[in-house]
Design a protein around this ligand. Structure first.
Ligand SMILES: *[C@@H]1O[C@H](CO)[C@@H](O)[C@H](O)[C@H]1NC(C)=O
Ligand SMILES: *[C@@H]1O[C@H](CO)[C@@H](O)[C@H](O)[C@H]1NC(C)=O
Ligand SMILES: *[C@@H]1O[C@H](CO)[C@@H](O)[C@H](O)[C@H]1NC(C)=O
Ligand SMILES: *[C@@H]1O[C@H](CO)[C@@H](O)[C@H](O)[C@H]1NC(C)=O
Ligand SMILES: *[C@@H]1O[C@H](CO)[C@@H](O)[C@H](O)[C@H]1NC(C)=O
Ligand SMILES: *[C@@H]1O[C@H](CO)[C@@H](O)[C@H](O)[C@H]1NC(C)=O
Ligand SMILES: *[C@@H]1O[C@H](CO)[C@@H](O)[C@H](O)[C@H]1NC(C)=O
Length: 573
């Protein structure tokens, strides 16, 4: 450590090696507080270092100039180590160890604080507290060892280790010296105090005296004595996580202070940082540690920017020393509540669509039901006709023709011939010479329905208005018998304000069916929308018990009735 080596080191610093520190991942900060005047060495340990070809470089503070590698220099780098032979208090500072390989760069920080050496036997109270390695515990009535932290590169040979307590050499049957350890048998309160371990370092013919000051306290109970690092989390457990979600998992480790285990996350036997080198989707976090008197607690997390399908079922293992524990990602089990909600929504949907279907296809369903399950019993209501057809007589030739076609040809064709209903149509079914009022009154009583055909007011309902036929019929229908009225609009009628009150009432209560077809007899079919609506309002078709055809075919509308012939010859205006 002469002026020559110092000069050599300065010379090597004069050829500065520019190092790009950017792009390096910081992986931890370690605090070291040590007494001056003792040799000290710090190893840059990181899992990458151990199984890969790497370049390790030490820097002091933010200097771009690496520490020199001349072994004669007081402060120098040797392999992965930084050595201080010995420490002076100006060595305090932040040291950076940059670990580089072809693909990655990692940086470890060491905050070194050098404090003045305290005199032999002085109490440490009021003095700066040393790194926790130098505070050790003995347990009452237990055998336990104190450790001399003299970690140096292999090329340094340690020998003649001696232990001192309060400046007196430790001797006696209760003490066993073993390598760098002092085993204290059946510790007692008297064993607390300030210890110093001292050793001789041999390196390339040089001899240096190394020592540690250790303050020893006595504890009642033995805690966390294991020397094997303990992973408190994970516990080989699975974690439910959604696809695409981010995830951070801590690896929590308790390790004894003297262990120099590295901690890392691996997948498929590879460090995650290497495994996901390109995508950087999964990364290992910066290690954090908290020191306790006899052990150290470490946390290093693994961060998934987003979970991908390939991650499920793959163990992500947290390693430290001989210990390992993994997590396995799982797709979340389907949520029971969402099942319930889904089921409820589905049921509601089914119910709503059932209601919709029922209202949309109500007519078809009713008609189908009537044909599928024809009522076998004849309704004994003393009625002769299924419907009485009431219609206005129109002044204009063309309209009048349309009305006659509808009433005298189309209605009988569909309702009578195709569906087997029996209609009473004034002008067809009355006998010549009968008093019209009597005919209407009598026959209205014999009808189950009143089919009323209306046209827009301007075109002639006024004509009908004055007819006793209409009034009598409506009177009978509405007041006396409670007969159902089927209102058919020949043309769309927007405005009912000028209609008779009775018609307004029917329209409001039962609505009207709008005639939509043409007036050609041949094209009429009971299966069109219009006729289905009419049939829906007609009485359920009475099936003549004799008609086996109907029972077999289940259709009420395609058979020919055995009713009397449609007598069109009787039409009179
Ligand atoms: C020092 O670190 C190197 C590389 O990081 C490692 O191979 C070696 O085992 C370590 N030595 C000690 C004594 O921890
Ligand atoms: C280490 O450094 C040497 C010289 O600086 C260089 O040739 C070598 O490629 C480096 N190796 C790695 C793994 O970075
Ligand atoms: C380094 O350690 C000293 C003493 O423990 C502390 O005062 C200082 O804040 C630390 N520096 C950093 C950067 O952590
Ligand atoms: C791990 O340790 C951290 C820091 O003490 C704590 O916040 C976290 O809850 C721990 N995680 C588990 C899973 O125990
Ligand atoms: C896992 O590692 C094995 C060899 O250790 C390799 O054969 C396999 O392909 C790797 N799996 C994946 C998914 O990378
Ligand atoms: C995980 O590690 C990263 C990087 O060290 C850190 O920024 C982050 O706070 C950690 N997350 C948790 C939840 O501990
Ligand atoms: C977890 O699995 C590892 C192997 O990956 C095994 O060594 C360890 O004992 C297991 N731990 C527990 C608590 O089962």
């Amino acid at each position: 450590m002469g002026a020559r080596s110092w000069l050599l080191c300065r010379l090597s610093l004069a050829l500065p090696l520019l190092v790009k520190a950017d792009g390096c991942k910081d992986i931890g900060l370690q605090n070291e507080t040590l007494e001056a005047d003792q040799p000290f060495a710090f190893n840059c340990t990181y899992p990458l270092v151990t199984f890969r070809e790497v370049n390790i470089t030490w820097y002091k503070n933010s200097s771009q100039v690496p520490l020199c590698k001349n072994t004669q220099s007081r402060v120098h780098q040797e392999k992965s180590w930084v050595l201080f032979l010995p420490l002076t208090w100006e060595d305090s500072g932040i040291y950076q160890c940059v670990v580089k390989n072809v693909n990655s760069c990692h940086r470890i920080h060491v905050n070194l604080t050098v404090v003045k050496r305290y005199p032999c036997g002085a109490s440490r109270k009021g003095l700066p507290s040393l790194s926790n390695e130098y505070k050790q515990i003995l347990y009452l009535r237990k055998d336990y060892s104190l450790i001399c932290y003299l970690n140096f590169p292999e090329s340094y040979v340690l020998d003649s280790i001696k232990w001192y307590k309060d400046c007196l050499e430790v001797k006696g049957e209760r003490f066993i010296f073993w390598e760098t350890k002092l085993l204290v048998i059946n510790a007692s309160v008297e064993d607390r105090g300030n210890y110093v371990c001292q050793a001789r370092l041999n390196h390339t013919g040089r001899q240096i005296t190394a020592f540690n000051s250790i303050s020893v306290s006595i504890a009642e109970r033995y805690e966390n004595g294991g020397r094997v690092p303990k992973i408190t989390y994970p516990k080989n457990n699975s974690i439910e996580v959604q696809l695409g979600a981010p995830l951070i998992v801590d690896c929590n480790i308790t390790d004894s202070r003297e262990n120099t285990n590295a901690r890392s996350w691996k997948v498929n036997g590879t460090l995650v940082d290497d495994y996901y080198r390109e995508s950087r989707r999964v990364r290992e976090g910066v290690e954090k540690s908290v020191s306790f008197q006899q052990y150290k607690f470490y946390t290093v997390n693994i961060t998934f920017l987003e979970v991908k399908m390939e991650d499920y079922g793959q163990p992500f293992v947290c390693h430290t020393g001989v210990s390992a524990a993994y997590i396995i990602l799982e797709l979340p089990a389907p949520d029971f509540r969402s099942y319930l909600i889904g089921g409820f929504i589905a049921l509601t949907g089914v119910a709503v669509s059932a209601v919709l279907i029922c209202s949309t296809f109500k007519i078809d369903i009713v008609l189908w039901y009537r044909s599928a399950f024809p009522s076998t019993g004849t309704v004994q209501d003393m009625k002769v006709y299924d419907a009485y057809v009431l219609y206005p007589k129109l002044p204009r030739e063309s309209q009048s023709h349309d009305m006659d076609t509808l009433v005298l040809k189309i209605l009988p064709e569909v309702l009578e011939r195709q569906c087997g209903y029996k209609l009473f149509i004034l002008g067809r079914d009355d006998f010549p010479g009968q008093a019209v009022a009597n005919v209407i009154d009598e026959n209205m009583r014999l009808c189950r329905r009143l089919i009323m055909i209306v046209v827009p007011e301007s075109q002639g309902f006024a004509l009908l208005k004055n007819m006793s036929e209409e009034q009598i019929a409506l009177y009978n229908a509405l007041i006396q018998d409670g007969t159902k009225v089927i209102l058919i609009e020949l043309e769309r009628i927007e405005d009912y304000t000028n209609m008779p009150e009775s018609v307004k009432y029917i329209k409001q209560k039962h609505g009207a069916i709008q005639w939509g077809g043409d007036f050609t007899e041949e094209s009429q079919s009971a299966k069109t929308k219009f006729w289905k609506k009419v049939r829906y309002h007609m009485p359920p078709k009475r099936c003549p018990p004799s008609s086996s055809v109907q029972l077999l075919t289940h259709t009420s509308c395609n058979h020919t009735t055995d009713r009397r012939e449609v007598n069109t010859g009787l039409i009179t205006q």
